[in-house]
Ligand binder design. Sequence first.
Ligand SMILES: CC(C)(COP(=O)(O)OP(=O)(O)OC[C@H]1O[C@@H](n2cnc3c(N)ncnc32)[C@H](O)[C@@H]1OP(=O)(O)O)[C@@H](O)C(=O)NCCC(=O)NCCS
Length: 313
Amino acid sequence: MIPLDHDIRPLRADQVEQAQRLAQGVWKDVLQKETGIKLDYPLKPEMVLRTYMSMDPGGSLAAWSGDRMVGAIYAHAWGKVGWVGPMEVDPSWQRQGIGRSLLQAAEGYLADEGCESIGLEAMAERRGSVSFYESRRYRPVGDAPFFDKRLDDTQIIAPSVSPLEENDIPAWSKSISDLCRSICPGLDLSREVQGVMAIGKALVAISDSGSLNGLAVLHTEGSRDLGGHQLRLMLVDPASRNRNEVGAALLSSCEALSHNAGAGRLFFTTTIDDTLVDLLVMRKYRILGTNVRLVKGNGETRWWDGNIISWTG
Ligand SMILES: CC(C)(COP(=O)(O)OP(=O)(O)OC[C@H]1O[C@@H](n2cnc3c(N)ncnc32)[C@H](O)[C@@H]1OP(=O)(O)O)[C@@H](O)C(=O)NCCC(=O)NCCS
């Protein structure tokens, strides 16, 4: 039930700055409560929010009390798979049902888009936010550590990997859809690949026979404030004979691209399985914190194993 003194509406282009300020205040408060440190949190890049809004106009939602924005949520429809994140409620308005109303509205949007399951992440050490999602019937399905690597060494983009330009996308779009479906029936990340052209880079891994066997999506916008680039997606064709090498080529190429662009670090969250552990240890990633991944709805719960889906913050 939506309390009478606030309402929820799709975010408008002229409200992006308020959404940036809201997020900054919420995460500053989280940091202070968790560590005692008072620090101005970096502003979420404006273009990232605008890109979320253009990909999912009905899924980028704000809660209002009069003309004050008191909460926001960003939902992402990836075919039959929905994802939510981030979500923020103004500290002085928390525990008043706003988070519940925002999540309900985002779930409504994702259901209308045909999503049958929803994934998201919450910070493990914040039991409150994990409890919040559990109270909305999300099930924890594993830890998703926050991985980070300082990019000190010069590296090269692997010969099997190419950065995509916007005009390359039509030629690859069917292969990208097939790759997504081979990882999870109904998964379609083509909007994210299109959207990243405004805020980052997509890279494709190509087999000897010329077919697509992997894909990475890197958000580079706001790199100076964030201190680096965020790897959002790394998908590897489960049928490819050399899965490990494809993952290694994609990850090292992302590091090379980021390093060459002047980014000091590459970071992401991911659940881990044997394949990824070996790769992340080999490439010298360190763990800076841990999220919990939660899922609601039908379908396989850990379809992403061996891949990176990093939609936090
Ligand atoms: C997590 C968050 C979005 C919840 O929003 P909210 O408006 O405070 O949540 P609601 O008032 O709708 O809470 C609904 C239910 O969730 C649970 N819940 C919410 N906050 C909780 C807390 N701190 N501890 C335990 N349970 C909590 C409770 O069951 C609550 O119902 P109740 O108040 O009747 O007990 C908000 O606290 C927030 O913005 N936190 C900081 C950012 C963050 O962690 N975002 C989520 C990850 S991206």
